[in-house]
Ligand binder design. Sequence first.
Ligand code: URA
Length: 259
Amino acid sequence: MTEIRIDKFLADRTNYSRNAVRLLLKQGAVCADGVRMTDAKQKINPDTQEITLHGKKIHSGSQLYIIINKPKDYLCATEDKYHKTVLELLPDDLRHKDLFPAGRLDLDSTGLVLLTTDGQLAHQMLSPKHHVPKYYLVTLARNFEDSYPEQLAAGMTLSDGTECLPAQVQKISEKICLVCLHEGKYHQVKRMFAAVGNHVEHLHRTAVGGMILPPDLPLGGHLEIFHKDILKLLKPESFQAVYEQIMSDFSSYSINDGQ
Ligand code: URA
């Protein structure tokens, strides 16, 4: 979205008239990126600036992008008969905006899921052509074996003949490692570790592309992000750079129980 006058933006997106908005501006109720705005003629860019009215964020009206830290027992779907869905983690004012999860985590997995209204971005993120890397902190039932990095890097064949692209893995402790996949096949991480004789106890997605789950975002929490930040999602980061960032945040992640 291009620049727009602040009074027009607020009048279009709230129940206030243009005159009422001018009054609110005078009263100091409106901020752009935390800075008070008083001039009705001033222009803003709703896609790159955070506009608040009485401290409450006003949505740009174009596409929405929301990161959630999915807890266990929430389904990555918009509706379901039997399970709670990730949409139920959002407050009412965000829930009915045609948001859908771009990508899936298993019911018992936790971590980063992007909810968006932007079908084009979701397609880019999920398309096997783009190979957007996804990072998982994995808790194993049995000790990590030194052979795993080489086995995963070679591209594995699963028990049903499914071929996997080469993946990276780095040991963090005896039973915890960081895995990076460049595709998203059904139960892929679990099936890869089953193929090497181990078992995944818990799986927590910490990053997609260059977007790392903020360590201070609690399980069940959400965060609205801007389109410019979304571009980071698609930008491939080196495994080492993401590994180092995740390690520096490591103690903040609740990877063991996911509740
Ligand atoms: N691989 C899995 O096995 N499960 C997930 O939820 C994600 C990747």
